[in-house]
Ligand binder design. Structure first.
Ligand SMILES: [Zn+2]
Length: 450
């Protein structure tokens, strides 16, 4: 690792400041050494590589505060069966090629040993959050728990923070709180088991809302809506309204109240341990999330554009949370591509337009998340947020929100660790080069190997 010059590039430094044109970024060792007005390449001596970046845009490597399946260990805060190591590395590759250099894995039960072995296998910086408080562990065990070993169960949130976990989270995820996980995993699986019919996440979601409403309550049951949802999923004659009530209630309700209790419990623990708490913010958890926001814990309201919210409800809830000092995160989810659960970018755009967004992450969306840069590109082109501002939401803002996550990263300034990317200003998702700690790990949009 010697000296590299990114030559004649444009720069957005991650701090929300205006774009600079025609600069040279000199990287020595693992750090940014200096940023100067571009000068002829021939005047550089004793430089290992000069990367001609004329017309290209340099951004800090993205810091993604909400990922799943990015460490060897149980998947999701429901302690679901683990992905294979190959799948985890493929997920990390995907984040890396999308310009992400640091991920926070919020699966919540991964041990320090499991993290260390993932870290060894991949250049992306991986940090852990823990959701292993008594109530969250109980909710996971009730909802699923299929991937939890004794070691995972024993690795409590307190131990995790002592071993370097930088936050508690994801608390009350979609798999224990009747959110996306119920819609794209557990309900379709049970319907398939009983009928042989494969239903889509949106059809499953319609069944769920018909039985329990958007805010998840047994009293919200609406038999006519269940009939409609059965018809939409072509399940008439295969399942009765009562069957659906039993399936959905049986999947969602046993863990639900325990998971709600887990929100308060985890916020208390996070406050005592001096780390932020990252919560699943959705229609079903909004009351508990708002009450946590009144305490003095550092609260990150994850994916505040969750598809269970109605538009005005989400924006007003986020405004209230922000007034109380919470950090409002939005996730790309499957907003632009798969749209399995998020039907359009309207809510994401409304959140930007309302000026309530602090950070941008991906979440998982059943493996169908859109790249952060795609959301930034589309949102800036739609005129709902400025480019420098949006980049800060995925870089410096995230580093500042979770102090242990990415120290000295998320900004391109002299002295910072050189995590950055070179991309196409006309189409931000066309990432050419990614550098982590001064080393080029992606070239021409491909992993550098060997
Ligand atoms: Zn999540």
């Amino acid at each position: 690792m010697g000296t590299t010059v990114l030559h004649a590039c444009d720069l957005i430094d991650g701090q929300g400041t205006d774009q600079r044109r025609g600069v040279d970024i000199v990287i020595g060792g693992d750090s940014v050494r200096e940023i100067v007005p571009s000068r002829p390449a021939a005047t550089y001596e004793a430089v290992d590589e000069i990367v001609d970046s004329a017309g290209m845009l340099v951004l800090p490597g993205l810091i993604n505060n909400h990922t799943h399946g990015t460490a060897y260990g149980p998947l999701f805060p429901s302690g679901h069966e683990r992905l294979t190591h190959e799948q985890v590395r493929a997920n990390l590759d995907r984040h890396l090629l999308e310009g992400t250099t640091t991920v926070l894995c919020v699966d919540g039960f991964v041990t320090a040993e499991e993290l260390a072995s993932t870290d060894e296998a991949h250049p992306v910086n991986i940090r852990l959050a823990s959701c292993n408080t008594p109530a969250c562990l109980e909710a996971a065990t009730v909802a699923d728990g299929g991937g939890l070993t004794e070691a995972n169960r024993r690795f409590s949130a307190g131990q995790a923070v002592a071993a370097g976990a930088v936050a508690l989270g994801e608390i009350g995820a979609g798999h224990t709180l009747g959110g996306g996980g119920a819609s794209y995993m557990y309900i379709p699986a049970e319907v398939r088991r009983r009928t042989g019919v494969t239903i889509t996440p949106r059809q499953a979601n319609q069944l769920k809302v018909a039985v329990l409403g958007r805010h998840i309550s047994a009293s919200a049951f609406d038999g006519d809506a269940v009939e409609e949802a059965l018809a939409a999923a072509e399940l008439i004659g295969k399942l009765s309204v009562e069957d659906v009530r039993e399936i959905v209630s049986g999947i969602v309700l046993p863990a639900f109240d325990i998971a709600l209790r887990g929100l308060t419990e985890a916020a208390d623990q996070a406050r005592k341990q001096g780390v932020p708490v990252l919560v699943h913010n959705a229609a079903a958890s909004m009351t508990q999330v708002a009450s946590i926001a009144t305490t003095d814990v550092r609260l990150i309201a994850g994916h505040s554009n969750h598809s269970s919210f109605e538009l005005r409800e989400a924006v007003e809830h986020a405004e209230r949370l922000k007034e109380m000092g919470a950090i409002v995160d939005v996730s790309t989810l499957d907003t632009f591509g798969a749209q399995r659960l998020t039907p359009s970018p309207d809510l994401l755009y409304a959140m930007f337009a309302a000026g309530v967004v602090d950070t941008i992450s991906t979440d998982y969306a059943g493996g169908h998340h859109d790249p952060i840069l795609l959301a930034v590109d589309r949102s800036t082109k739609a005129g709902v947020v400025g480019l420098s501002e949006a980049v800060a939401m995925a870089t410096a803002n995230v580093a500042d929100a979770i102090p242990g996550l990415a120290p000295r990263r998320g900004r391109i300034v002299p002295g910072a660790i050189a995590d950055l990317m070179v991309t196409d200003p006309a189409e931000l998702t066309r990432v050419g080069i990614v550098m982590i700690g001064g080393e080029i790990v992606v070239r021409d949009g491909r992993r550098v190997t060997g």
